[in-house]
Design a protein around this ligand. Sequence first.
Ligand SMILES: Nc1ncnc2c1ncn2[C@@H]1O[C@H](COP(=O)(O)OP(=O)(O)OP(=O)(O)O)[C@@H](O)[C@H]1O
Ligand SMILES: [Mg+2]
Length: 210
Amino acid sequence: MQKKGLFITFEGTDGCGKTTQLNMAAEFLKSKGYEVVITREPGALETGKKIRQILLHSEEKLSDYCEMFLFLADRAQHVEALIKPAVEQGKIVLCDRHKDSHIAYQGYGREKNAQLIKELNQIAVNGIEPDLTLLYCVSPEVAMKRLSGAPDRIEAEGTKFQERVLEGYKKIAKENPERIKVINADNSVETVYNDTKNTIIELIEKKFEV
Ligand SMILES: Nc1ncnc2c1ncn2[C@@H]1O[C@H](COP(=O)(O)OP(=O)(O)OP(=O)(O)O)[C@@H](O)[C@H]1O
Ligand SMILES: [Mg+2]
């Protein structure tokens, strides 16, 4: 029996298949009768959309700290206004990117202070920790091919950047072996989905059916 909801985050570098897998997982969970909430960071809520607007379209060059605090502000609001209440109501929240993206991209990709970003994120999330994080690891070359319709997205920052982000994600996974499940995302959509589904089923059995 479902007692309380779940918070599951989907992480990985650009084009690894997060959104594809999130949508498939949502359909599966709905078919099993769970109430599912799909959300994403940054910019899921009204405040977040305004923040995203600043992040993407500011005419002024944003300082590193300004950018860092904007991401944190978006996350803090998202957690309080959407994630926490939904989990408390027994829903399963599937979130496309969350704090690990921030740590991996800004902390490791851009080689800023990863430790500080981790600590500030713990303040922003105010006690909410994902029950499970699915980390899709794809080699940058495979991701590049998948995003061939939009090559700029990876080329804008460069393959080296994506490699640093991927290494960062792997470090975060090593530090959080209980929470983060690493999935080989070089495989076909079906194989990756099988891993996604099995991992989620395992979590549900552990959480709800004891
Ligand atoms: N396992 C896979 N094998 C081959 N193609 C895939 C696989 N998973 C996703 N794709 C395709 O790769 C592209 C990127 O997938 P998707 O949008 O799910 O990635 P994403 O991680 O959400 O990307 P972004 O970081 O840009 O949001 C899509 O065209 C999708 O259909
Ligand atoms: Mg996506």
